[in-house]
Structures are given as structure tokens and as C-alpha cells.
Write a protein that binds this ligand. Structure first.
Ligand SMILES: C[S@@+](CC[C@H](N)C(=O)[O-])C[C@H]1O[C@@H](n2cnc3c(N)ncnc32)[C@H](O)[C@@H]1O
Length: 356
């Protein structure tokens, strides 16, 4: 996201009286934290990944990870026929794709309210990162089905999702996808290459989620899928606060970030000093039935200035820069808790919003 520094003149003052809870009671299970810091793969899964990495050995792992990063940068498909490449994917990419899927599915959970999700179809499931996130965000789901053509990744997924069904197939060859409440395509549509949105939507009884890397290319694909789904009659669920055309224009693109803690082996492979990384992703979530959309969404990292917090938000009328000065105590307090990607509904506070 390129930040707009010059603010235009028009000011809108928003004053409402509802509270700023960041937790939602879905009525299905315990309250779900909507915004938090880093998200980690379940402990058991992390241990199994470490064991696989140790079995492969550091040198082979690092070599495979380097080859994979190059392919990722060049938007080439990554095929992983051997244990080293599979382990490299599990160590370096899976924690990040899990965190991104977790952030998206938490948001969808909130948008769907009490509507339960009893089954999940994960397309291009890889090692099951999105299915694991779905299992946490929709614990009521009885059935998880993964479609994955790579046997090594499917075998890894089976290790930590033994209850899930795996269709070890090329998804483009499956005539009719089995209907499930929630259909997820996480980091897979670009690789699958064949337009698939219409078929995925046919299979989605309640909702459909597509996630891609938070790059201009990933965003362009998400935008295309978004348009196709809305034309097919889907209701917007997230991240957009309306089903109107995206107000962003190049060089801006809509993306978000999920913080991921790096394991020590991941740090060593990357020669990284930081103990975390921010996974950038673009996504769209749609639903069969209309859902409550937020007043706006924060589409960039909040910026702290002396005595001021600035939020870039997307609202139904377009992109808005929200300025919360320290003098406006309620606005300032709310903005301090605000996070990139979160819904922003000014409540009990007065904030100044300015269209760009
Ligand atoms: C970048 S990985 C993402 C994996 C996983 N969804 C995640 O978020 O970690 C893309 C996956 O899509 C799978 N894939 C690509 N084309 C496919 C196809 N035609 N049919 C089934 N799987 C496919 C690849 O094998 C790979 O596992």
C-alpha cells in the first residue's frame, strides 16, 4: 500500500455511541479474538515439522528453501517431489500461509455471526495450512476435505489432519466439486492457472474465501475473482465494506499483513535476525446470504505521529484517511488499538475523516 501523504480538505465528523469490542460472541463457542498479534501453527504440528526438518538435514533444507524462494519471487509454480522441498515448504512457508488464512477466517467468522460452518473444502490444500486454520476458527466443522495434487504435501497434511478427507487429484479434472459450507482457495488459484471461481462458488453452500500473496499480481487475481463472484450474485463478506468497485488504483493495491513468529530453524535458513516476519496477503470472502459489513476497514499499518494516529481506511464512499489526535481522547484511544486489516467503526468517539 502506498501511503497518501497529502490530505484533502473535506472533513467528516463521525459520532456514534456503540462500544468498541474487539471480540465477538458467535453463539457457537467461546468468544473469538478478532485482532491479535502473531499466530502460530498448533504445537503438535510445529513439532512434527521440526522432526521432518531434522530428518532432512540443514544443508539440504537450506538449498531447497533457496530454490523455492526464487520460484516464489518469479511467480513460478513450486513442485515438491522430494522430502527436502516438502520440509522447506513446511518450515518457511506454511507458518505464514497458516497465519494469513487464520486472519482471514477469523474475519469471516465474525462476519458470519452465528451461522455455523459444518464442512470445509480446501482447494490446492498443500500441507493443510488453511484447513488447520479453519479447524481453529470453525471448530463446529465436522468435515474437512482437501483437494491436493502433490502426494508429498498431501501426506504431510494427513499427518496433522488425520480426520480430513484428501482428494489426491488435479482439481481441474474434477467434474463436480463436492458441495461444502465453506470453500477455501489459499495461495492456490494462481498456481492452478485455470479460472476456477465459478466452480468453487457452485460448491460453496455458505461462503467462499480466496487468498493470494499480497503483491500487485496477487491482488489483481483477487480483484478478478471478486468481480466474478459478485456478478454471480455473491454477497461481500470481507475485506471490502461494500460490493462497489474497488476504489484503489495502481500503484496502490489492497493487502494486509499477518505477523508470523519464525522458528529457530527458519531464522537460520533465512539468515534472519528478526524473530518474526510479516506475511502480506490479499483476499476476498463472499457469502450466500448478506452479512453485516463494517463501516470501514483499515487498509494499511496505522501510523503514529507525535500526538496523532493516522489510519488509512476503505469505506463505502472510497478511501478515507482517519486522523485521531491526542486531544480527542476517545478517538486516540480507539486508534491506538486499531490494527491493519481490522474493521474500523468509530464508536463512542469523534474522529476526523478526510477523503483522499
Ligand atoms: C502455494 S501452495 C498453497 C498451499 C496451501 N493452500 C497453503 O496455503 O499453504 C499451492 C498448492 O496448490 C496445489 N495445486 C496447484 N495446482 C493444483 C491443481 N491443479 N490441482 C490440485 N492442487 C493444485 C499445489 O500442489 C500446492 O500444494
Amino acid at each position: 500500500m502506498k501511503w497518501e501523504t497529502s490530505l484533502s480538505r473535506e472533513c467528516v465528523r463521525v459520532l456514534t455511541s456503540r462500544s468498541t469490542s474487539t471480540r465477538v460472541d458467535t453463539g457457537i463457542r467461546e468468544e473469538v479474538p478478532v485482532h491479535d498479534g502473531s499466530v502460530q501453527l498448533p504445537d503438535g504440528v510445529r513439532r512434527m515439522i521440526e522432526e521432518r526438518a531434522e530428518a532432512v538435514g540443514f544443508a539440504a533444507l537450506k538449498h531447497a528453501a533457496t530454490a523455492m524462494s526464487a520460484a516464489y519471487r518469479e511467480s513460478r509454480a513450486v513442485h515438491m517431489p522430494d522430502p527436502a522441498r516438502t520440509a522447506a515448504y513446511l518450515v518457511t512457508r506454511m507458518p505464514a500461509t497458516f497465519a494469513a488464512a487464520h486472519a482471514v477466517l477469523r474475519e469471516l467468522r465474525e462476519r458470519l455471526g452465528t451461522r455455523p460452518i459444518s464442512s470445509v473444502l480446501d482447494i490446492g490444500a498443500g500441507a493443510g495450512a488453511a484447513s488447520l486454520a479453519a479447524r481453529e476458527c470453525f471448530p463446529e466443522a465436522q468435515t474437512i476435505t482437501m483437494v491436493e495434487r502433490d502426494p508429498a504435501l498431501a501426506a504431510a497434511a494427513h499427518q496433522w489432519l488425520p480426520e480430513a478427507a484428501i482428494m489426491l487429484e488435479d482439481v481441474t479434472r474434477i467434474k463436480t466439486l463436492p458441495p461444502h459450507d465453506l470453500v477455501i482457495a489459499a495461495y492456490s488459484l494462481d498456481e492452478i492457472a485455470e479460472p476456477l471461481a465459478a466452480r468453487l462458488w457452485q460448491a460453496a453452500r455458505v461462503a467462499l474465501v480466496a487468498i493470494e500473496p499480497g503483491t500487485p499480481r496477487g491482488y489483481a487475481l483477487i480483484l478478478k475473482v471478486r468481480e466474478e463472484l459478485l456478478e454471480a450474485g455473491a454477497s461481500m463478506a470481507a475485506p471490502c465494506p461494500a460490493a462497489t468497485p474497488c476504489p484503489l488504483a495502481a500503484p496502490d493495491w489492497c493487502h494486509f499483513a499477518a505477523r508470523v513468529e519464525r522458528s529457530s530453524i527458519h531464522r537460520r535458513i533465512k539468515d534472519a535476525e528478526l524473530g518474526y516476519e510479516d506475511e502480506k496477503f490479499s483476499y476476498v470472502a463472499v457469502a450466500r446470504e448478506p452479512v453485516d459489513l463494517p463501516a470501514s476497514r483499515i487498509i494499511g499499518r496505522p501510523r503514529q505521529r507525535p500526538g496523532l494516529i493516522v489510519l488509512e481506511t476503505c469505506a463505502p464512499g472510497g478511501v478515507r484517511t482517519v486522523r485521531a489526535p491526542r486531544s480527542d481522547r476517545e478517538a486516540f484511544r480507539a486508534a491506538r488499538k486499531a490494527t491493519w486489516g481490522a474493521a474500523w467503526t468509530p464508536r463512542s468517539v469523534t474522529v476526523v475523516c478526510e477523503p483522499r
